[in-house]
Design a protein around this ligand. Structure first.
Ligand code: HEM
Length: 427
């Protein structure tokens, strides 16, 4: 039984596991209450194992910094119900992880696998892609112009542009984009809770068969790319993965597939959501639009603020490897913790007026990319994509406004606008 001062009230605990709460302001109301009243408490929502809820920026930072103490590998790294966890373990034969990628690894493997592509994703290396990415951004802005003054920004631009960039870095031909998108969406299931519930309701053995078919598809698809890059290495990430060795051995098929899959998935929805959120802020706020038109030098600050504002990765989970103490609370070995990045990024202790969108904010610690060992590998690429897009769009845009309600994806993991209807005029 959790002590009364530690336990989070049931209604707030239920909000934390309700995907619909993340589609509106309800989740931020809960986070504000938690930061003020119980910033490190235990949630015991029905159907879920209890977990610590880490809502303050400083505590998220502390947990992320100490990755040996707060592991990724032992328990699910994303929020899943008891049934979801049991199903995953039934499918995999005991592991809570359906795929094994960087996100599920701990030391010593994590460091070795991450080191393979760290240099490729460095600021200097991704800057070398600037001309190619600019051509893709220009193309996307042209599509907006061709749409004739109104579009759903998500469908017209935000989904396609980052996907094109990811496909380029993986070396997947443009013609395979629809297949790639379908494969990577299959692996994580759709974001929509109804679809997730449909799959979760199937018997574990049927889920296992479905999952095995998806893995076979992914392994087949990326296996062919892997084999090709061994014969014909290029300047893409696929060539690095295909020709990599760990402890003197080529990386095995399962880990190679996991590597391709994490890059293909982690770099897509997150960047799309941040871009769409930035455009929504411009469309909702004429003063912000005027400010950006008058001072395009603010674009890097705008990009940083759009990513903070969106914080598209809402949560990741960790588990404690030892009994320990954090912010005055006693955490036991094996306890599960929820890192609430979207709460950390609205923490009043770190951000002045956190609920205002300010492109001219002084540089602060944006926690949207996480921190520590698992700090987002693609952060420099994501910033570059957003900056280049804004540099291409802003000079051509003379006005922009919302053309209907913004419809948000309901998910406790990654979310952002599902539809963003905008009206605009362009030169
Ligand atoms: C990990 C956010 C774009 C690749 C992560 C994590 C977060 C995150 C929160 C986990 C950190 C943790 O567990 O502590 C974002 C956001 C993005 C973005 C907000 C866009 C605005 C990208 C892009 C790529 C990428 C463009 C690659 C093309 C990865 C990979 C990891 C990761 C490979 C796993 C790193 C590891 O576990 O060592 N990202 N990401 N991300 N991200 Fe991103």
């Amino acid at each position: 039984m959790t002590a009364a001062n530690v336990r989070i009230p049931d209604d707030i605990a239920a909000t934390l596991v309700d995907p619909q709460a993340y589609a509106g302001d309800r989740i931020h109301d809960a986070y504000c209450w938690l930061r003020a009243n119980n910033p490190l408490g235990v949630a015991e929502p029905e159907g879920f194992d209890p977990f610590w809820v880490v809502t303050r920026h400083a505590d998220i930072f502390e947990v992320s910094r100490q990755n040996m103490l707060f592991h990724n590998g032992d328990r699910p790294t994303t929020l899943v119900s008891k049934v979801g966890d049991a199903n995953a373990r039934a499918i995999t034969g005991g592991s809570p992880h359906l795929v094994r990628s960087l996100v599920q690894m701990d030391e010593p493997d994590h460091r070795k696998y991450r080191a393979l592509t760290t240099a490729w994703f460095s600021p200097r290396n991704v800057r070398a892609l600037e001309d190619e990415i600019r051509a893709m951004a220009r193309n996307a802005v042209d599509r907006m112009a061709a749409a004739g003054g109104a579009c759903d920004f998500v469908a017209a631009v935000a989904l396609g542009y980052p996907l094109r960039v990811i496909m380029r870095i993986l070396g997947v031909p443009d013609s395979d984009e629809p297949r790639m998108l379908a494969l990577t969406q299959d692996i994580f299931g759709t974001q929509e809770p109804e679809k997730q519930a449909q799959v979760a309701a199937l018997p574990p053995e049927i889920q296992a068969q479905l999952f095995a078919a998806i893995i076979a598809d992914l392994t087949g698809y990326f296996g062919a790319i892997n084999a090709d890059r061994r014969r014909n290495p290029r300047d893409d990430v696929a060539s690095i993965i295909a020709n990599a060795t760990i402890d003197g051995q080529p990386i095995c098929e399962k880990e190679a597939t996991g590597y391709y899959t994490i890059i293909a998935t982690a770099g897509h929805d997150t960047t799309s959501s941040s871009l769409a959120t930035g455009i929504a802020a411009l469309a909702e706020n004429p003063a912000l639009f005027a400010q950006m038109k008058a001072a395009p030098g603010l674009i890097p600050g705008f990009v940083e603020e759009a990513i903070r504002w969106a914080t598209p990765v809402k949560t990741f989970m960790r588990s404690a490897t030892e009994d320990t103490e954090l912010a005055g609370r006693k955490i036991a070995k094996g306890d599960w913790l929820m890192l609430c990045y979207a709460s950390g990024n609205r923490d009043e202790a770190v951000f002045d007026q956190p609920f205002e969108f300010r492109p001219d904010r002084p540089a602060t610690k944006n926690i949207a990319f996480g921190y520590g060992a698992h700090l987002c590998l693609g952060q420099h690429l994501a910033r570059l994509e957003l900056r280049i897009f804004m540099e291409e769009l802003l000079p051509r845009l003379s006005s922009i406004a919302l053309d209907g309600p913004v419809d948000m994806i309901a998910s406790c993991f990654v979310n952002g606008p599902r539809h963003l209807p905008v009206r605009y005029s362009m030169a």
